[in-house]
Design a protein around this ligand. Structure first.
Ligand code: NAP
Length: 259
């Protein structure tokens, strides 16, 4: 299927590794010009080189912290009029809510709610004027199935989800869609780090923790980030213009509900 996004400009945040990288890669394979961002320049440039070699796409990198105003300005300077925006940032730390200060909450809200909203605010009116826009927010399956130790994530991402639900119905008549992708367990650095912490806290090995988590996945395996990237590219495609305000769970069947 031709997704109809050849030559479209895509801004993909937090994309030197993991799920963001997979989204950038899939969009590049579909012919989009991609601006990639992450804080660590060396990792980001190596990732961009790998995508260029594989796809021949035009890739620009911006080493910046997307959760800061200066970082977002740097991204928008490199890609002032994106047709496609994929918002993403690192997830908040796990823990017990009794230990979290107001600053911890503000940091989580900044990274996982207010940063995507700021980027949407900066780009959505241009998309509306050009009558094409695809916005995908990388959130978490925890939006539908909260994880007890990830209260900062559960709370901040729920806020973003509520905001998007309202806005997505206003923009769709202009061919601008806004959807959220909700990852379950994908084998990325983030998942490995979470497993290492759980192993330390529980006196187990990392392999034991990963095996126990795997046992909860009906698919019988962890998600491959490339599968996530391709789902993102589909949502960003010209053919996905009738789909907006949705929360698409990619979790190998973990979420047990009918709807
Ligand atoms: P990952 O493999 O650790 O990759 C994170 C990427 O984001 C890296 O490229 C990192 O590069 C970049 N990044 C982090 N903070 C940034 C910032 N402030 N500004 C710019 N770039 C930043 O993580 P992942 O597994 O892909 O997770 C992506 C998101 O999905 C996270 O919010 C995570 O909580 C969520 N999620 C993941 C899973 C999963 O199973 N993997 C499940 C549920 C939710 P630098 O460090 O160099 O900036």
């Amino acid at each position: 299927m031709d997704l109809g996004i050849k030559g479209k400009r895509a801004l993909v945040c937090a994309s030197s590794k993991g799920l963001g990288l997979a989204c950038a890669w899939s969009l590049a394979r579909e012919g989009a010009d991609v601006v990639m961002a992450a804080r660590t320049a060396a990792t980001l440039d190596a990732a961009a080189d790998a995508i260029r070699k594989d796809t021949g796409a035009t890739i620009v990198t911006v080493a910046a912290d997307v959760t800061t105003e200066a970082g977002r300005q740097a991204l928008l300077a490199a890609c002032p009029e994106p047709d496609i925006l994929v918002t993403n940032a690192g997830g908040p730390k796990p823990g017990d809510f009794r230990e979290w200060s107001r600053e911890d909450w503000i940091a989580a809200l900044d990274a996982n709610m207010l940063t995507p909203i700021a980027l949407i605010r900066a780009t959505v009116d241009g998309m509306i004027a050009r009558r094409f826009g695809r916005i995908v927010n990388i959130t978490s399956a925890a939006v539908k199935m909260p994880i007890d130790i990830l209260g900062l994530s559960n709370g901040a991402r729920a806020g973003l989800t509520g905001f998007v639900a309202g806005l997505a119905r206003q923009t769709v008549r202009h061919n601008v869609t806004i959807n959220n992708l909700l990852p379950g367990p994908f084998l990325t650095d983030r998942l490995r780090q979470t497993a290492e912490r759980a192993a330390r806290d529980g006196g187990k090995t990392v392999d034991d923790v990963l095996a126990a988590r795997l046992a909860t996945v009906p698919a019988g395996r962890y998600g491959d980030p490339a599968e996530f990237g391709d789902a993102c590219a589909f949502l960003c495609g010209a053919r996905a213009g009738f789909m907006t305000g949705q929360n698409l769970v990619l979790d190998g069947g973990i979420y047990p509900g009918t709807l």
